[in-house]
Write a protein that binds this ligand. Structure first.
Ligand code: MLT
Ligand code: ZN
Length: 469
């Protein structure tokens, strides 16, 4: 099957004609507003120019579309909840967007295996509710869970706010059904716990950002719900104190979250959500800890010790679920609060032990290079993952602002490399970080990644330009 260049189809009309031999016309959209809506993710500044958006309803339709793309030479962009922050779901060059909005059924649940089979378009929150109705829990959670879809979570190996206890999406995927870039349907691992039969291709698709094929169905593990929890927000003088506090609390209680945010991040949320300030005074940084309620006494003792050691300046603890939710809002509201300022996002990680020195160096670099920009720090400090958001001043255009921010990437990513870190902890590479992959992966690794891509997507129809150039 040799690909013909896109031009061989000559007109968009022919593409649409071909698509509608597989997908009924009502499920093929080409109106400008639809292309603009489904052709992008939460990032801004990328060109958005798909040819069409299609809404398959079956695995067979996805496989048919993929084979058609190979025969006809058009490209495909997989599309889930489009909450990504790296441009991984942006269609910028006449691609056909394949939306999983209509493949959103939960197909089955096995109580003995505690495995639920989902189509790729199941929204994360729907899976949370499904699990809760059965007295179980799907513990991967993030602020975008009301919109993000399981297929996208798998494609980006989404992390979120409880990684410190429950790990990443990868840790909960028992099996996958995928359509490779060549149009083959593969059943990967069939939800087995043990399967020592060579390469586990399931894990190649987790985090592959739609570059190898489509995740069409997933077997997702559920678990026992966590015990009742408490949320404690601590006021800190410096971000580096968070690490000392983390070590102290890890020795005292079972943590299920350890998040951090700066005063600027808090101030944005308080204005955006019209919330009261949690402390009478302002402080440099805040840590949000969630832990099992049975550990409350030990946590309060650890808090007193942190106060005495000068590692924390103040604290507030939840006494009810409602209070826990309002404390969480201080952290979960950050992304939406800064969104109007078109932030330039960096999603950096280092080993937790390397975090203090790393932070110090990045802080100095940022203060020197961005003296006139607002710099908003927050993140999952318990995972060594920090979100460095630079906020656009109103007088700059998005393009000019992004250019200035990108100009310091080499210096910033050198610091990441020097500390053995990653230039993308959980947001993926997509378009935004593609040209910087070499700061986190060696040439040999990238060559192997290309070989894997060629093996599964020999004609390069899948999500072109993402992850690898
Ligand atoms: C978060 O931690 O809130 C997400 O990664 C989103 C973001 O970084 O804006
Ligand atoms: Zn995050």
């Amino acid at each position: 099957m040799r690909p013909r260049p896109w031009g061989a189809l000559r007109t968009l009309r022919l593409v649409i004609e071909r698509l509608t031999t597989l997908i009924p016309p009502a499920r093929v959209k080409t109106a400008a507003a639809d292309l603009a809506f489904w052709g992008r993710d939460w990032t801004r500044g990328h060109r958005v120019a798909p040819s069409a958006v299609v809404f398959p309803e079956t695995v067979g339709e996805v496989a048919g579309l993929t084979r058609l793309a190979n025969e006809s030479g058009f490209k495909l962009v997989p599309s889930g909840g489009r909450t990504g922050l790296s441009g991984g779901a942006v269609a910028s060059d006449g691609e056909v967007v394949v939306s999983f909005d209509r493949m959103n059924r939960i197909l089955g649940f096995n109580a003995a295996d505690r495995v639920v089979r989902c189509e790729a378009g199941v929204v994360t929150q729907a899976l949370h509710s499904f699990a809760a109705e059965r007295g179980l829990c799907y513990p991967v959670d993030f602020a975008s869970s009301g919109t993000s879809q399981i297929g996208g979570n798998v494609a980006t190996n989404a992390g979120g706010i409880r990684v410190i206890r429950y790990g990443l999406t990868r840790d909960w995927i028992a099996g996958l059904t995928v359509v490779t870039g060549a149009g083959e349907v593969l059943e990967l691992n069939r939800a087995l716990v043990k399967n020592a039969t060579g390469y586990d291709l399931r894990h190649l698709f987790v985090g592959s950002e739609g570059t190898l094929g489509f995740v069409v169905e997933a077997d997702v593990r559920l678990t026992t719900p966590p015990p009742a929890s408490r949320v404690l927000v601590l006021a800190l003088a410096a971000m580096a104190d968070a690490l000392a506090v983390l070590t102290r609390f890890q020795g005292a209680v079972a943590l299920s979250a350890f998040e951090c945010f700066s005063e600027l991040a808090l101030a944005k949320v308080l204005v955006h959500r019209r919330l009261p300030r949690p402390f009478a005074e302002t402080h440099g940084y805040y840590a949000l800890l969630e832990f099992d309620a049975e550990g409350e006494e030990a946590a309060l003792a650890a808090f007193q010790d942190a106060l005495s050691a000068g590692q924390a300046a103040d604290g507030v603890i939840s006494r009810s679920d409602a209070q826990a939710r309002s404390l969480w809002a201080l952290r979960e509201g950050i992304t939406e609060s800064i969104a109007p300022q078109t932030p330039y996002k960096n999603d950096l990680s280092v080993r937790v032990s390397a975090a203090p020195a790393f932070l110090d160096e990045v802080d100095r670099l940022v203060a020197k290079r961005y003296p006139d920009f607002e710099v908003c720090w927050f993140g999952h400090i318990g995972d060594g993952n920090l979100h460095l958001n630079i906020l656009k001043p109103p007088q700059l255009t998005v393009a000019a602002f992004q250019e200035r921010c990108a100009a310091i990437n080499p210096a910033l990513f050198e610091v990441v490399r020097a500390h053995g870190g990653s230039i993308s902890a959980e947001h993926g590479v997509g378009l935004a970080k593609r040209d910087f992959l070499g700061y986190s992966r060696s040439e040999a690794e990238i060559a192997i990644m290309r070989a894997v891509k060629n093996a599964l997507d020999p004609n390069g129809v899948m999500n072109p330009g993402k992850l690898l150039r």
